[in-house]
Design a protein around this ligand. Structure first.
Ligand code: NI
Length: 157
């Protein structure tokens, strides 16, 4: 296992759309192990493929001391609204309020391509939405209250 470099705002790869995972092999497993280690090393709640330079639909998360690996994740149900503060390892110290669904059901597969379906509320829902956004090249600052000004000030996209 190894800690990988987390790409920061301004890196073009963060703005690209990730492709579905089709090979469930040792390369995927070592990537997932590295992503887990990288997330914990940086005290993150979640990490998505593009953040380590891999344009594949892979996310890892730790919410309420539960570790999740979600491959090819899709939100299949969402309900309610929740506004709370968010941050991102790729954005740095800036935190801002973002509106997210209060409750979601996510469908995905695990590292062995077995189907998973999880329903969660509040931070789980927030985190999974944030990470899936990464797979579509979207950052929380695109959606947050003061995000547009933040990007403008920084002169990055
Ligand atoms: Ni993030």
């Amino acid at each position: 296992m190894a800690v990988r470099k987390v790409l920061k705002l301004g890196e073009e790869i963060l703005r690209k759309k990730s492709k579905k995972v089709v090979d469930f092999d040792e390369n995927l497993w070592s990537l997932l192990d590295d992503m887990r280690e990288t997330m914990y090393e940086n005290d993150g709640m979640g990490l998505a493929g593009p953040q380590v330079g891999i344009l594949r639909r892979i996310i890892v998360m730790d919410v309420n001391n539960n570790y999740y690996e979600l491959i090819n994740p899709e939100i299949i149900f969402q309900e309610g609204e929740d506004i709370d503060t968010e941050g991102c390892l790729s954005v740095g110290k800036f935190n801002d309020k973002v509106k997210r669904p209060y409750k979601v059901t996510v469908k995905a597969v695990d590292r062995y391509n077995y189907p998973i379906e999880i329903t969660g509320e509040k931070y789980f829902a927030r985190c999974v939405c944030h990470e899936i956004d990464h797979l579509n090249g979207v950052l929380f600052v695109d959606k947050s209250e003061n995000g547009k000004e933040f990007l403008k000030e920084r002169g990055v996209k």
